[in-house]
Write a protein that binds this ligand. Structure first.
Ligand SMILES: Cc1cc2nc3c(=O)[nH]c(=O)nc-3n(C[C@H](O)[C@H](O)[C@H](O)COP(=O)(O)OP(=O)(O)OC[C@H]3O[C@@H](n4cnc5c(N)ncnc54)[C@H](O)[C@@H]3O)c2cc1C
Length: 466
């Protein structure tokens, strides 16, 4: 074999594929968006199947080891703006003592909080089964059958071979929008040059002694990593952050590796990112162990099963959400969720990150590690926008009739994705898509034609304040 280039082709024979499920709603991908979509749809009494390539739900929130969920409250922390199924997840996690604050417990601080990614797998299963979702794990969605913007079936592949799943409504929650892509829906990728935020690989590290935390605070960790990596000679490209473990004082989860210039929707690049991510993690842990106080006995506990993609395809929908919509808190009559997470863009090609907060403040970490603060507001004053709004129309790919998208592939600009991509936002998008799909089945209308007021009313029933 001369490498994975598309110069040669073979022809697949036509064959009949067994229909292994025929349901009202098929949710493809079970990450934060997919889990919420499936539960929301099933709770409204429509038959729902959830197809997931891993053996558990959660996506980046479990397989990717990412444990920080962001605030459910407005910027002034006075109003709860995010709710619904996420509240049920948190209540179950609390019962297991598996959610905790970085400083204060999340209900007191109303800020970001940390979730035990293993307990999350159990809670996602529980809630989905209680809602009556049929779960099909270890199953990859590989193709779509349909015409003229209407999907008849998705083709899946697992240990049993190929199977077809028929549904009235399909919700693509694969992160990369694999289903919408195969259905031919229009999409964009990256910034004006096509560059995408880099993926990352997270790791749990144990064996730290308390002085390791002082080393983070004093900058000793960043200083030790501010150099060429020994495995490829490139300067370490990451913006490193960590969370403490709720169970073991000597353990942390580090979002440490960043694989620049990578498009995770390209098979070979996604594979290469896994290798590069592990090489980076190996170098990071060895460097910290050898050079930084507190890390002398550090060891890798667990490398995330999967590279986490921050950005790939964004499907053009009935509305394209922009950075301006978010930062100015634009109102939409078809609002289905809110958020406060800033526009957060990791440099696609090197070090550096920029945060544009709703309160007007911009924090820029440049390529050399310098941090500067400025304002994005025209008058340079603080903004009192309390939260942003996400409209139903971002879930509706404009050239499709019975396909919805939810999660980080909805209709928005590259900049808006910087904010919308976080888990509490993706969960709300999934929840709204699930409700929209269920109402679509119950009223025999396509999702675009359902009464948005009825979707909003069901979201309020689930616990979301609109
Ligand atoms: C390194 C990193 C750090 C981050 N840090 C934070 C953070 O601190 N807080 C935060 O809130 N967010 C964070 N994010 C962002 C957030 O985790 C993701 O944007 C979010 O998980 C996206 O949710 P999703 O459901 O759209 O997609 P995903 O979480 O990617 O889920 C997609 C699911 O679909 C499945 N799937 C994909 N393709 C197929 C297929 N063809 N067939 C079947 N199944 C398929 C996947 O296995 C997965 O389970 C981070 C992301 C990364 C990469």
């Amino acid at each position: 074999m001369s490498g994975l280039v598309n110069r040669e082709f073979v022809r697949e024979s036509a064959r009949d594929i067994p229909v292994i499920a025929n349901v009202d709603v098929a949710v493809l991908g079970g990450g934060p968006a997919g889990f919420n979509a499936a539960v929301a749809a099933a709770r409204l009494g429509v038959s729902t199947i959830m197809i997931e390539k891993n053996g558990y739900m959660g996506g980046v929130a479990t397989a990717g080891l990412v444990s920080i969920w962001h605030s459910l409250y407005s910027m002034d922390r006075k109003r709860k703006i995010i709710g619904g199924i996420v509240d049920d997840v948190l209540a179950r996690l609390e019962e297991r003592s598996a959610v905790y604050g970085q400083g204060d417990f999340y209900t007191e601080s109303k800020g970001s909080f940390v979730v035990d990614t293993e307990a999350a797998k159990l809670v996602f299963d529980q809630l989905a089964l209680e809602a009556g979702v049929k779960l099909l794990f270890h199953t990859y969605v590989v193709d779509v059958i349909g015409t003229m913007g209407e999907i008849q079936a998705v083709i899946v592949e697992n240990k049993s071979g190929r199977g077809a799943i028929k549904a009235k409504i399909f919700i693509d929650c694969t992160g990369d929008g694999d289903v919408a892509y195969r259905a031919g829906a229009s999409y964009e990728k990256g910034d004006l040059s096509g560059l995408m935020q880099p993926p990352g690989l997270c790791v749990r590290v144990g064996g730290l002694n308390p002085s390791a935390f002082k080393s983070f605070e004093s900058g000793a960790v960043s200083k030790a990593l501010d150099k060429e990596m020994d495995y490829n000679g490139q300067i370490y490209p990451s913006f490193l952050w960590y969370t403490k473990s709720g169970y073991r004082p000597d353990e942390i989860m580090m979002a440490a590796a960043r694989m620049t210039n990578t498009d995770c929707s390209v098979g070979e690049q996604f594979s290469q990112a896994s290798v590069d991510g592990r090489l980076q993690i190996d170098w990071i842990v060895r460097t910290l162990k050898n050079e930084v106080p507190g890390f002398e006995d550090a060891h890798i506990v667990d490398i995330a099963a999967e590279v986490g993609a921050r950005e790939t395809r964004r499907f053009l929908g009935d509305y394209v959400l922009t950075e301006e919509d978010l930062l100015t808190g634009r109102g939409f009559s078809d609002v289905i969720g809110h958020g406060t997470y800033p526009v957060d863009i990791h440099n696609p090609v090197g070090r550096g990150i920029i945060f544009k907060h709703l309160n007007g403040v911009v924090v820029t970490h440049d390529e050399t590690g310098n941090v500067t603060t400025s304002m994005w507001t025209a008058d340079g004053n603080k903004s009192d926008v309390q939260y942003y709004n996400m409209p139903y129309r971002v879930l509706l790919p404009r050239d499709m009739s019975n396909l919805m998208v939810a999660g980080r592939c909805v209709s928005m600009t590259h900049e808006a994705l910087g904010a919308i991509r976080v888990m509490v936002n993706c969960m709300q998008l999934g929840q709204a898509a699930g409700v929209g799909a269920a109402i679509s089945c119950l009223t025999q209308k396509i999702p675009r034609d359902v009464e948005v007021g009825s979707v909003q009313a069901e979201l309020v029933n689930l616990g979301l304040e609109l």
